[in-house]
Design a protein around this ligand. Structure first.
Ligand code: KMH
Ligand code: ZN
Length: 291
């Protein structure tokens, strides 16, 4: 998969990608629905958002779900229903978050894979997360990675800081390649406690990735636009969405996830690497077609 992917996708040492993989992260676990009314929190809202974002150019959806009170949950039945509903309504790659909320237990986070997603996030180390701590100790990382391998769920390696890149190298060296055979990373930049979201940091981080890896980047809050342009300039892919920013421009809240995807797709067009289809994203990432 890795060698084939090199024809379409940028690797750290390879030539620039021909197209841009856009992931939408529509909800997250941190924003309150009361504070951000446009946040999709019900299954109907999530499916509607997914369809709009697919139209706008997304190929992957990174999913956190909420309960009836709009609070983050990892309820397994609700996760299964969500995977089914998103598959029925779109051809997006369904990537469930195994990060959840900072309060979720390791057991609950491991159980997310039992919902049968195409893909999942896998964060490669603990990081200060604003006033909280997002816990990803080595033992948990290994357990989660082993479960992705045995179930055939394709992981995306979430990298919030430089130590996470070292841990990713160690994980691959000790446990071998991921399901799908291809390493794809996401630089999550600008979290208070993680690496800053700027072009210089992005270039340094990319230079430290495994040689055959592809990567996307997202900037939290006000770093979202600079990170988007830096990622395109450096030949990478993009993640956008209301998980990462709820402000479209100074003083102007995001009206919906699709406008973030539209902006990313427009920038990708200008970079002459237009948005990649979900089918091409499956080929790149090694995600089998569930249909
Ligand atoms: N909500 C954060 C604590 C992931 O989805 O894998 C973790 C997070 C990462 O969002
Ligand atoms: Zn997430």
């Amino acid at each position: 998969m890795t060698a084939q992917a090199g024809t379409k996708a940028e690797t750290r040492t390879g030539r620039p990608a021909a197209a841009t993989l856009i992931t939408v992260a529509p909800t997250g676990a941190e924003s309150e629905k009361t504070a951000v009314p446009a946040l999709p929190v019900t299954l109907d809202e999530l499916v509607a958002t997914a369809k709009e974002c697919r139209e706008a150019g997304a190929a992957v959806i990174h999913v956190h779900i909420r309960d009836a009170a709009a609070k983050p949950t990892l309820d397994l039945g609700q996760l299964k229903d969500t995977v089914h509903a998103l598959r029925a309504a779109t051809d997006l790659i369904v990537q469930l978050s195994t990060g959840g909320a900072v309060t979720d237990s390791f057991e609950q986070r491991l159980a997310v894979l039992d919902a049968g997603p195409d893909a999942c996030s896998l964060t490669c180390g603990t990081v200060n997360f604003g006033d909280d701590v997002f816990m990803n100790p080595w033992g948990f990382m290994k357990d989660l990675y082993a479960k992705t391998q045995s179930l055939g769920v394709v992981p995306e390696f979430e990298l919030f800081d430089f130590g996470h890149i070292a841990a990713l190298h160690r994980l691959l060296a000790e446990m071998g390649p991921p399901a799908g055979g291809h390493v794809h990373c996401d630089l999550v930049m600008g979290v208070p406690g993680g690496m800053p979201g700027d072009a210089g940091t992005l270039v340094q981080a990319v230079s430290a990735l495994p040689a055959a890896a592809t990567w996307s980047a997202t900037g939290i809050g006000r770093s979202s636009v600079p990170v988007l342009f830096a990622a395109l300039a450096a030949g990478g892919h993009l993640r956008v969405g209301m998980e990462d920013t709820v402000t479209f421009a100074r003083g102007r809240p995001v009206g919906g996830n699709a406008e973030l995807v539209e902006r990313a797709a427009t920038a990708a067009d200008l970079a002459q690497r237009p948005a990649m289809s979900p089918a091409d994203a499956r080929a790149l990432l090694g995600v089998p077609d569930h249909g």
